[in-house]
Design a binder for this molecule. Structure first.
Ligand code: UDP
Ligand code: MG
Length: 146
């Protein structure tokens, strides 16, 4: 893991397989950009099961861990780094609640999520998590936007 200056300006996002397979990456990116975020790095990848298990290791004792790792590695995803003042908190707000049934109007999950497991997007939950998650998928030289 590498460290950033001004980490509170960056967060890590995943557009999950349910959204990529429904061809709504562009619509979600529009919501992200309309909310004032800059997408400073982005790539379409397939996460391996092993990567998923590491990435989600904080959830390893949860009943949904195995299904979550299978799901996130089941198809293409878009991983991205978003920049904005208060990026972590503001992206959590834009995503909406984990369960789309509880998500507020105007949020990505309210609009696009199918269910609590196929909930279209991931966003870091704290600044130190954002650093860990960004460095999990991106090298420093890949953060090319501004
Ligand atoms: N998840 C699930 N069932 C649950 C809770 C979570 O399938 O009961 C999945 C869901 O995809 C969620 C991810 O596990 O986005 C990580 O859970 P977390 O509590 O961190 O929610 P998030 O931070 O994504 O809102
Ligand atoms: Mg989380």
């Amino acid at each position: 893991m590498y460290r950033f200056f001004m980490a509170n300006n960056l967060t890590f996002s995943i557009i999950k397989p349910d959204a990529v397979s429904r061809h709504i990456t562009g619509k979600i990116n529009s919501m992200i950009e309309n909310a004032g975020f800059s997408i400073i790095a982005q790539k379409l990848i397939r996460i391996t099961k092993e990567q998923a298990q590491k990435f989600y290791d904080v959830h390893q004792d949860k009943p949904f861990y195995e299904d979550l790792c299978n799901y996130i590695s089941s198809g293409a995803v878009v991983v991205q780094v978003l920049k904005k003042e208060n990026a972590v908190a503001d992206y959590r707000k834009l995503m909406g609640a984990t369960n789309p049934a509880n998500a507020e109007e105007g949020t990505i999950r309210k609009k696009y999520a199918i269910s609590i497991d196929q909930n279209s997007v991931h966003g870091s939950d704290a600044e130190d998590t954002a650093e860990r998650e960004i460095s999990f998928f991106f090298s420093k030289t890949e953060l090319v936007g501004c």
